[in-house]
Design a protein around this ligand. Structure first.
Ligand SMILES: [Zn+2]
Length: 501
């Protein structure tokens, strides 16, 4: 029986955020230790759910020290990184011997000491397990993948969808590969290609080219057996780090092919990334334009879904931008469901007032009033209070519990405003229905998200638009912001020869 180490440690670090990621923040939601992990994930369509199923199928004995998945936020404190890293490495040291490792990582975590936190974690694990033990890691499509990560793991397997609805499938792919490696059937090795680019692949949207085209090429190459896995990562550009940017990693079987052939596939894919670097399918409207669109809704219409692209909590946005809400209130738009303002203080004030009472509350804009609109003082009725916990069953939910902390619905005129304690983007209808709001009955549904909202909200929408509220995720590509990035790099510098990597 193989003993397999598994763990989940995922954080997308927006280095421009003021919110420092400490252990208290990490423990606040989606954090589980050893014995809590099977109860939380067995039977769910999550990466760990797939890992438990694979363990049953292959007869593995699993060692699972920790699952930590804090919402994207600012730089992770060294103490927090060392604590969780210590749990994972400690399990490998103490609970050994370990025959293989299947880690579920993001790939864009930055700590005080390590710009490439996953590279550091994987290198430490390699050091502990030695060169012969296979290590497989699943990654988010928005990973900033480094050579250290590729060198330290045998295989890197990134999500292929955005919205990310294939975490379960990718974990299964990783598990299968790990099992074959532990049985000695394959010897996986991973190569990486990059270009001097800060972002690429249309931010990873797989619905159209360049991603759709490259993903089908990758599928065909995998099916022909020329590579074990091809991972196309768009990178996470809200990171002022040396190795920011898109990448392609190719995992080959050293028993059947050589590294050069894998490298040439990776380079070929990145040539395509370079050629298509200018393409974007993202088009945002101003607050005034979005409010005007909302005004056109008539009673009985399916919802117009308006996504605040720049205050996306899924990209480290504070989730408390008020600019669009202010526009809706001032225009007196009715039949609006608004998700959400992340503001623990406001929820506490609502709880003190109680359900059914009217109150004057100051919402949002508190973390950094310079972005997304400052605090907004409104009079309204507290119509619902909950603990913010529910099971998410949408395409991204997987049947896993969500915990937004104490939550409230605050009704201002014709706008039902969800106010939450733990930050998170809207990607599951349960984020409304758990608070008594049926979003299909509203003419306008406002969410804060760049793309993941589409998983659940596109199917209920009469139309979808994106609004720019000037939130934290509004990127200005200037050398002044990206001081630590390798240079030259597009789009900061003119680049004559992209083969400089
Ligand atoms: Zn992502």
């Amino acid at each position: 029986m193989h003993r397999v180490l598994t763990a989940r440690f995922m954080h997308e670090t927006n280095t421009f955020s003021r919110v420092r990621t400490d252990m208290a923040l990490i423990r606040r939601r989606d954090f589980h230790l050893e014995n809590e992990i099977p109860a939380a994930f067995r039977g769910t369509r999550s990466a760990l759910g797939a890992t438990f199923e694979a363990a049953d199928k292959y007869g593995w004995s699993l060692v699972h020290p920790v699952s930590a998945n804090p919402n994207p936020s600012g730089i992770v404190l060294d103490d927090a990184f060392e604590e969780i890293c210590g749990m994972i490495i400690g399990a490998a040291e103490i609970k050994g011997p370990i025959d293989g490792a299947l880690l579920h990582l993001h790939g864009a975590m930055v700590t005080d000491s390590y710009e490439d936190a996953e590279g550091e974690l994987l290198a430490r694990l390699r050091q502990t397990l030695g060169p012969q033990i296979p290590i497989v890691a699943t990654l988010d499509l928005h990973a900033n993948v480094t050579r250290k990560m590729a060198d330290s793991a045998n295989a890197l397997i990134a999500f292929r969808t955005y919205p990310h609805v294939d975490m379960y499938e990718r974990a299964w792919q990783g598990a299968e590969l790990l099992n074959r490696a532990m049985r000695g059937e394959i010897r996986p090795f991973t190569v990486i290609a990059r270009r001097p680019m800060l972002h690429g692949f249309d931010w990873g949207r797989h619905q159209s080219s360049p991603m759709s085209e490259l993903l089908s090429r990758a599928d065909a190459i995998e099916q022909r057996g020329e590579a074990l896995a091809i991972s196309i990562c768009a990178g996470f550009a809200l990171a002022n780090i040396h190795d920011v940017g898109p990448s392609v990693t190719v995992t080959i079987d050293q028993m059947r092919s050589d590294r050069a052939s894998g490298q040439s596939i990776a380079e070929d894919f990145m040539d395509h990334a370079w050629a298509t670097r200018d393409f974007t399918s993202v088009h945002t409207l101003s607050v005034a334009e979005a409010v005007a669109r909302a005004r056109q809704g008539k009673p009985g219409d399916k919802p117009l879904v308006v996504a605040d692209y720049t205050d996306n909590p899924g990209g480290g946005g504070y989730g408390d931008a008020t600019a669009f809400l202010k526009g809706l209130v001032e225009a007196d738009i009715e039949r609006v469901a608004f998700h959400a303002i992340c503001d623990a203080e406001a929820v506490q004030a609502g709880m003190r007032a109680g359900v059914g009472t009217r109150a004057i509350l100051t919402l949002g804009g508190k973390i950094d009033p310079r972005v997304g609109g400052g605090p907004l003082t409104l009079e309204g009725e507290i119509v619902c209070l909950t603990n913010g916990r529910f099971i998410a069953y949408g395409p991204m939910g997987g049947g896993v519990e969500r915990n937004y902390g104490p939550s409230m619905v605050f009704r201002v005129g014709g706008i039902d405003i969800v106010v939450i304690t733990n930050n998170g983007q809207a990607n599951d209808l349960g984020q409304f229905t758990s608070l008594g709001i049926d979003p299909t009955r509203y003419t306008t549904v406002a969410v804060k998200s760049m793309q993941h909202f589409r998983a659940a909200f596109e199917s209920i929408a009469r139309d979808v638009i994106l609004v720019d509220t000037g939130g934290l995720c509004q990127v200005r590509y200037t050398p002044k912001l990206f001081t630590k990035v390798r240079r030259p790099i597009w789009p900061l510098d003119p680049i004559a020869d992209p083969s400089i990597r």
